[in-house]
Design a protein around this ligand. Structure first.
Ligand code: SF4
Ligand code: SF4
Length: 161
């Protein structure tokens, strides 16, 4: 069955920075994100976790997220934009083509209230939308046992080395 977005969806980032700043939120991190951020920031595992990450308890399990400033800006936001753009996490790279956002036309239109780029610019073909969905599925957030702190996490175990 064809998805409702079979003819593509219009999206062009207007660089308003709303998805990076001003409101509380999470940027969940996968193993691939951790490796990429270590490379992009030239940091070792321990320094990356200590300076840029936090553990978020989701009830049944916990996950790793980027930290925020007191103003609810992403810790990796800088005046010129994302300071790790080429190494930004998969959650950021794949927005707004997330499963919950493209689940239905209604969900897509609801998301437009948070992102002025939705419904604007060029039409992204179905292949691009599905490639983003697949990218996110292939790089899920790391799951951590509840109660485990950042300092307890082992690099080799977490990154599957
Ligand atoms: S909210 Fe949308 S338009 Fe604004 S920076 Fe994020 S992706 Fe771009
Ligand atoms: S990592 Fe970059 S793109 Fe992602 S929320 Fe932070 S500043 Fe925005």
């Amino acid at each position: 069955m064809k998805p409702w977005y079979a003819d593509g969806l219009r999206f062009e980032c207007e660089r308003c920075s709303a998805c990076c700043r001003h409101e509380p939120g999470y940027v969940f991190l996968s193993a691939q994100d951790i490796r990429s951020l270590m490379e992009g920031l030239s940091l070792d595992f321990r320094s990356l976790l200590r300076n840029y990450c936090r553990v978020v308890d989701l009830g049944s399990h916990a996950v790793l997220s980027l930290r925020e400033t007191k103003r609810y800006d992403c810790i990796l936001w800088g005046e010129g934009g994302c300071t790790v753009y080429g190494h930004r996490p998969v959650q950021c790279r794949t927005y707004p083509f997330w499963a919950q956002v493209v689940d239905s036309a209604e969900d897509w239109n609801l998301e437009a209230a948070s992102c002025p780029g939705i419904g604007k610019g060029r039409t992204r073909p179905r292949s691009e939308i599905e490639s983003r969905l697949a990218e996110r599925r292939a790089s899920p957030p790391l799951m951590i046992e509840r109660g485990v702190g950042l300092e307890d996490l082992d690099e080799d175990t977490l990154l599957g080395r």
